[in-house]
Design a protein around this ligand. Structure first.
Ligand code: CP
Length: 359
């Protein structure tokens, strides 16, 4: 069974296959209408969403399938204390494939461990958002004509921005990727992405807090919202909330062909005066999200019983009762799951579910 919990669950060839299929869907939409007839997608959204949930819904409808689910866990039996694993066991009786968003990191992973249908992680806390990554890769390809050999600047909230973490993981498999990390000290990229992804995979990266200095060299500028809902300290949020604002003056410093991406929603980090600039790709990116999710649904349904498309093998987890995950938003600290750990780069022990460093 193939699930999509983390971008690395897909081999690079599988990512490329999904992107090529999405491009074919864009070119020949009529060929795919009805390909999911009599199939059902369940969307289990424990956290707010506009684009991800509704693009999954639109994608399944365009494929001729049907959609069920909830967008507010207070209207589900989660409000009575039902666990994530029990909920997906139940939904597996009703649906052929499940997309799940959850504020708790690792929730889609534990769901996949008991599910009899494919699980798609539609965003778990600050951790991962692999279907946004597929959207971003398709957008980069359509805007620039390539994914290899690009310099990409990630700007804003790189600490809590799950779309940033996932996209860097996926890009680390491509050639000639240079990453510029543009953030204030408080919002820097987590160490596990720098060590376990960039350094391990040989991705060139540098950190700066100066967007004006970085923008002229970029092929892609990936703007992000400062994620208010992830901060435990409101004063810290107030200090950093307006760190970077993209405006027409800054766009004048950029390459004529630079593409501006943003997973959206934006708050005030891109002024509306940028929207009419041909390099502003963020609304085209939204539409690409629907096509790539159509491609993903078709692919996961085809791959369900195909031994060529299985989940990657991992080393056995470390089960040590003396170790604890210190992330209060990790699934192992919110539901009864045995704490599990893995040995990562530089001999660091990390939580199996959320990648937090274990001290
Ligand atoms: N990009 C994204 O995940 O948007 P939503 O939160 O609206 O789904």
């Amino acid at each position: 069974m193939k699930h999509l919990i983390d971008p690395t669950d897909l081999r690079k060839e599988e990512i490329d296959q999904i992107i090529v299929l999405a491009e074919d869907i864009i070119a020949h939409r009529e060929r795919y209408q009805g390909s999911m007839a009599h199939k059902k997608l369940a969307t289990l959204f424990y956290e707010p969403s506009t684009r991800t949930r509704l693009s999954f819904t639109a994608a399944m409808m365009e494929l001729g399938g049907q959609v069920l689910g909830f967008s507010n866990p207070q209207n589900s039996s989660a409000a009575k204390g039902e666990t994530v694993q029990d909920t997906v066991r139940v939904l597996g009786c009703f649906a052929d494939i499940i997309a799940m968003r959850h504020p708790i990191e690792g929730a889609p992973l534990v769901a996949s461990e008991v599910s009899r249908v494919p699980i798609i992680n539609a965003g778990d806390g600050s951790h991962s958002h692999p279907t946004q990554t597929l959207t971003d890769l398709l957008t980069i390809k359509r805007e620039l004509g390539r994914i290899d050999d690009i310099t990409i600047g990630f700007c804003g909230d790189l600490r809590f921005g799950r779309t940033v973490h996932s996209l860097i993981k996926a890009l680390s498999r491509y050639h000639g990727i240079k990453v510029v990390l543009i953030a204030p000290d408080e919002l820097r990229l987590p160490d596990y992405i720098k060590l376990d992804v960039c350094e391990k995979m040989g991705v060139e990266y540098r950190e700066t807090d100066n967007l004006d200095e970085a923008i002229p060299e970029l092929d892609v500028l990936y703007m992000t919202r400062v994620q208010k809902e992830r901060f435990l300290d409101e004063d810290e949020f107030d200090r950093v909330k307006d760190s970077f604002v993209l405006d027409a003056r800054r766009m004048a410093l950029a390459k004529p062909k630079m593409a501006v991406l943003h997973p959206l929603p934006r708050v005030n980090e891109i002024l509306t005066e940028v929207d009419d600039d041909p390099r502003a790709a963020y609304f085209r990116q939204v539409e690409n999200g629907k096509f790539v999710r159509m491609s993903l649904i078709v692919s996961l349904m085809e791959w369900r019983n195909d031994p060529e498309h299985v989940m990657p093998e991992h080393e056995a987890p470390i089960l040590n009762p003396a170790l604890h995950c210190s992330n209060p938003k990790c699934i192992c600290n919110n539901e009864k799951h045995q704490p599990r750990f893995r040995l990562a780069e530089n001999g660091i022990t990390r939580c199996w579910y959320c990648d937090s460093k274990v001290r």
